[in-house]
Design a protein around this ligand. Structure first.
Ligand code: MIG
Length: 760
């Protein structure tokens, strides 16, 4: 009853068909339909199914890594690994109600689902996906709210020696339950569309995330400058105010790369206009800021003001580009400009038009676009988003209800923006920041977690949110540092800046009507503390950029839960307030007022305190003192960590020298990547890569290096060696030199120079 088809396999049950496609030996798609046609995927999916040699044997279909049993009547599936261990078993498949129930078997934790408040482990909870303007609809973000700005219908089931991911490729409102309603039952369902999901199996959770990225894509390598500190506010109201902020940053010696213009830069909130009274000689201002090292990002909302004579509105109307109500009339909602219409980003023609509208802003020197309100938010409805019965029209001319498109609307706008910028500036990596996202949006835009509040609780809950976003394929993420709504305060800002310094998107942002919260707003001590951590961020730019490179290739997030690398340690499954920043750095922020110490869980192995250099044995909890100017940071023994010279903005100086720090321990392996940080030349192979191996054995250090690629200039490298009691000698690419502490040795490894410093 399982037959081969041109796309894969098909099983015919009593009432339905189950279409099966393999994306690897461990990734399989299960799609159910009532007819004999493979359903269409959402735009989230870019992976291609592969012609895997599967063996059909009665009710079984086997690959190298999976054995799948299909119930011939109701098409329930059970999945086993190659050793016959049960990985997943359906209890019911309800095609009419688009609902699957699976047995909760061995999973100790459930993770993923993008941006959700609450603890990291979702076992025992329920949630839903429906993109929402959260603060528009609720007084405050909190864990009882299920709908956030993001819909990523992907979750991971975890145990020590196995894990799987399920990506439910459905853009309607979706529901997930991890053993809450019924003990021992995991359920997922949708309001429309098909049961169409991908099962991704591996022993290692990191491989699940990689597998998910093979289906939905990875983040493109971002412009390095956007890894710098970013300052925003709703709003810097005019040219004078913005220039003040810029000058003050430099005066106070606070590194900063990006400044934002929120909605008030526009003329009456009309997108693609600039208020020339408040921002006179806009282009010249942007140029002046650029000379000071600042990149300007402006906000663009999807709501287009309904106003006769306004060129954007008129063009869209003339070309029939807006979504309509069920009577076929252009839908008019309400957002910042008052009555507003919404582009139908589902159509490529509309996306192209929208992309081209950015031309003027780019000509003015604007360097990035911030897409807000794209759930899409609508003040005129009770739900605060556009109603479900609104109609879109796709490229084939088919009408599609907003209920289906809603969760993807923000992503479709981000595609329009990203592709528009690429088209207009083909050899410059676009920077797009979006609030509304769907699975796969990582391919186009960075994401911030919307309108948090200046509360310690919100800083704390940003961490599990980041880790779950990371597990859901999202790497370029951050939240409003200092908190958006309500007044921030000095201590909160200081601590939040410490955390923000280790989030890929590092942006301080606050709401209209609240007190200002730029680093200098709370006195000298807070200024010193925030400056210290913004500067620290700039020391880690190369390290972070290397992680971004890794993520762009393999999907591994920058911010990782501890179990990403310590899956065998169950204690890590519920750690919410510590995270790994790449494999070898652990960040343990202070998230309570008045605290000057905290408990830290050090996973097995040796760790170094970043500040004191002290070596600490892991596999246990420790208490770490952390006065207001201290963020606890631990480095894994064996790590090689680059540290940059601190600059006012990225690219201010040419990097001629790079310090590398080796913390003695095993696995001293690191691959350094260099390119121009701005263009797509790296896609043509214009980059360099050096692989370093450093080992220590009884006082003897061995350094090995391999230049994997040498097409972009490599700075002078200086390797500092930490944490060794007694030095005897050093072996570099097979030459042996006796050394003592304090020695500096030059080694001929790569151009222009490689030096080793034995730290005292
Ligand atoms: O209705 O543009 O999340 O970052 O400052 C609020 C004004 C609209 C919401 C965004 C926030 C931004 C604000 N926007």
């Amino acid at each position: 009853m399982i037959r081969k088809t041109d796309y894969g396999y098909c099983a015919e049950g009593k009432k339905a068909y189950l279409h099966i496609q393999f994306f690897s030996d461990s990734i399989v798609r299960f799609a159910y339909t009532k007819n004999n046609i493979l359903p269409e995927s959402t735009p989230a999916v870019i992976g291609q199914s592969k012609n895997i040699e599967a063996l059909v044997d009665g009710n079984y279909i086997k690959t190298q890594n999976l054995k799948i049993k299909i119930d011939s009547e109701d098409l329930k599936v059970s999945v086993f690994d190659s050793e016959d261990n049960l990985l997943s078993r359906d209890l019911s498949v309800d095609i009419d109600n688009i609902k699957v129930e699976k047995e909760l078997l061995w999973e100790k934790g459930f993770y993923g689902l993008g941006e959700k408040y609450g603890w990291i482990n979702k076992k025992g909870t329920q949630t839903e996906n429906y993109n929402s303007d959260v603060l528009g609809a609720h007084p405050l973000h909190n864990p009882t709210i299920k709908e956030y700005h993001t819909s990523i219908p992907f979750y991971i089931g975890l145990d020590k020696d196995k894990a799987y991911g399920i990506y439910f490729d459905n853009s309607y409102r979706t529901y997930f339950d991890f053993g809450k309603e019924k003990d021992k039952v995991v359920q997922f369902s949708a309001d429309g569309g098909h049961i169409d999901y991908y099962f991704i199996y591996d022993k290692k959770v990191s491989e699940i995330v990689k597998g998910y990225s093979e289906i939905t894509g990875t983040m493109p390598l971002p412009r390095k400058e956007f890894l710098g500190f970013q300052q925003c506010r709703w709003s810097y109201m005019n040219r004078e105010e913005l220039m003040e902020i810029a000058k003050r940053m430099r005066k106070e010696n606070i590194p900063c790369d990006v400044l934002y213009l929120d909605i008030d830069y526009m003329e009456n909130y009309k997108v693609f206009t600039v208020d020339s009274e408040k921002f006179n000689e806009f282009k010249e201002m942007v140029k002046e800021l650029k000379e000071m090292g600042f990149k300007i990002v402006v906000i663009i909302d999807p709501g287009v003001k309904k106003e006769k004579g306004y060129y954007v509105y008129e063009e869209g109307l003339k070309n029939d580009y807006y979504i309509k109500d069920s009577d076929g009339l252009v839908y008019v909602g309400e957002v910042w400009p008052g009555a507003a219409v919404f582009p139908d980003f589902l159509r490529s023609e509309v996306r192209k038009w929208w992309g081209e509208l950015h031309k003027g802003l780019l000509e003015d020197g604007v360097e990035g676009i911030w897409n807000d309100m794209n759930e899409p938010s609508d003040f005129s409805t009770e739900s605060k988003v556009v109603p479900e019965d609104i109609v879109h029209v796709d490229d084939e001319g088919r009408e599609r209800k907003h209920a289906e498109i809603h969760n993807m609307y923000g992503m479709l706008e981000a595609i329009a923006t990203y592709e528009g910028l690429r088209e207009l500036q083909p050899n410059k990596r676009p920077f797009v920041l979006t609030r509304g996202t769907f699975a796969g949006t990582q391919r186009y835009a960075a994401h911030w977690t919307g309108d948090n509040t200046s509360l310690w609780e919100h800083m704390e809950s940003s961490m599990p949110m980041f880790m779950n976003l990371g597990l859901s394929g999202y790497t370029f993420i951050g939240s409003d540092v200092g908190g958006f709504a309500e007044d921030s305060n000095g201590e909160l800002l200081a601590r939040w800046t410490q955390l923000g310094a280790f989030t890929p998107l590092f942006r301080n942002h606050s709401m209209k009507g609240t007190i200002n919260q730029e680093p200098w707003c709370f006195g000298e001590e807070v200024l010193d503390n925030t400056r210290k951590y913004i500067k620290l961020r700039y020391k880690f730019i190369t390290y972070l950029y290397n992680l971004m490179r890794e993520s762009s290739k393999e999907g591994h997030p920058v911010m990782r839960p501890l179990f990403y690398h310590y899956q065998g340690d169950e204690r890590t499954y519920n750690i919410n307030d510590q995270f790994l920043f790449g494999e070898n750095i652990m960040i343990c922020p202070i998230v309570r007022p008045g605290m000057d110490a905290r408990m830290v869980y050090l996973p097995e192995g040796d760790w170094y305190d970043y500040w004191t250099g002290e070596k600490i044995e892991g596999g246990r909890y420790i208490i770490k003192e952390a006065a207001i100017d201290t963020l606890p940071i631990f480095i894994k023994a064996g790590a090689i960590i680059p540290q940059d010279e601190v600059v006012e903005y990225i690219g201010q100086k040419e990097n001629t020298k790079l310090d590398l720090h080796y913390y003695v321990g095993d696995n001293g392996e690191y691959t350094l990547y260099f390119d121009d940080g701005r263009t797509f030349d790296y896609e043509k192979g214009i980059y360099s890569e050096i692989k370093l191996n450093v080992e220590e054995n009884d006082g003897k250090i061995t350094v090995k290096s391999e230049v994997l690629k040498d097409e972009y200039k490599i700075p002078e490298l200086v390797l500092h060696i930490h944490g060794i009691e007694e030095f005897k000698s050093i072996d570099v690419d097979n030459g042996n030199t006796p050394v003592e502490k304090g020695d500096v040795i030059s080694i001929d490894i790569c151009k222009p120079e490689f030096k080793v410093v034995i730290e005292k």
